[in-house]
Design a protein around this ligand. Structure first.
Ligand code: SF4
Length: 300
């Protein structure tokens, strides 16, 4: 049974993040019409979902995103999350419109503790100030704000400062996600992507900073063997069973797809104490960098 629907409403975006996994979809695909969104929402409810993530691309560029949230609330979705780069929320009136329509959780992204780092990674001047203002507006409206940071070479040393900044802004949760090496992240891999073993210590420091500030902190796509002592912060075990309405396809069970097709285990993983809990890295990572960093955790 599915507990969550991930609804991609279109692929346009007003950021041009150097690590974007969506590749050319932003140019190739039109926004989905409301009738298609309605059919997806109804189908998700029939499958048992009560959680919804409205995403893209950048969903706030879709003219019917408030209508979709309203429809979802009417269909009985209890968690209606908008996953966004956060820029549109610098307009308080827009925040109110989405909240009035039924959105009740906001997953935003910030990739630097300063405009210099964030705007460089998003390739969108002004995006840092807009997203920071957006977090403030949503918190003033009493909304839950969950933050995500994509971990790269240019920002890995900045992660603890990002955690402190987000805690100060009132974020309810932070997550540090290692990029999936497809789309622009694959094209820019050489200068953009740091090895997992190089970034893991910075992720741990950022988690320490968030926990010290009193907010939950997680990491995504960094396996347990690289997060020794921080295994409870590895997020994969907490991801709900999700049905994804992608550009032209539907992934009925994202957990299965992730574990059976999209991620991989290495030749030494069978000996690892965490073998059952761990999903391993996205398979593109060892295809590029090999398995040497993934050292099995000894069984007790
Ligand atoms: S199963 Fe493999 S990738 Fe996962 S924690 Fe163990 S060694 Fe690392």
């Amino acid at each position: 049974m599915t507990s969550r629907v991930d609804l991609k409403v279109g692929f346009r975006c007003n950021n041009r993040c150097h690590f974007c996994v969506q590749g050319d979809k932003r140019r190739a695909l039109a926004a989905k019409p409301l009738a298609q969104l309605t059919a997806a929402l109804e189908s998700g409810r029939r499958a048992g979902a009560t959680g919804l993530v409205i995403t893209g691309g950048e969903p706030t560029l879709h003219k019917d995103v408030a209508a979709a949230a309203r429809l979802a609330a009417g269909l009985g979705y209890s968690i209606i999350q908008v996953q966004s780069n956060g820029r549109a929320f610098c307009y308080e009136r827009y925040c109110r419109a989405l909240v009035d329509a039924g959105a009740n959780q906001f997953a935003l992204s910030l990739h630097g503790s300063s405009a210099r780092v964030h705007d460089f990674l998003t390739d969108a001047p002004g995006s840092f100030l807009q997203t920071v203002a957006g977090i403030g507006n949503l918190k003033r409206l009493g909304q839950q704000v969950l933050m995500n940071t994509v971990v790269t070479k240019p920002n890995c040393r900045d992660l603890p400062a990002i955690a402190r900044l987000l805690a100060g802004l009132g974020a309810d949760q932070v997550q540090f996600a290692y990029p999936h090496l497809s789309g622009r992240a694959a094209q820019n891999c050489g200068w953009l992507v740091a090895r997992k073993s190089r970034v893991a210590p910075w992720i741990k420091r950022a988690i320490d900073a968030a926990v010290a500030a009193g907010i939950p902190a997680f990491t995504e796509a960094i396996p347990h063997c690289l997060m020794r002592g921080y295994e409870r912060h590895v997020v994969e075990r907490l991801i709900p069973d999700t049905m994804i309405f992608d550009a032209t396809t539907v992934v009925a069970d994202f957990t299965k797809a992730r574990q059976n097709e999209d991620k991989a285990k290495g030749p030494r993983c069978g000996a690892c104490a965490r073998f059952k809990d761990c999903e391993g890295p996205w398979k593109e990572y060892p295809e590029r960098f090999g398995w040497s960093e993934f050292v099995p955790i000894p069984r007790p």
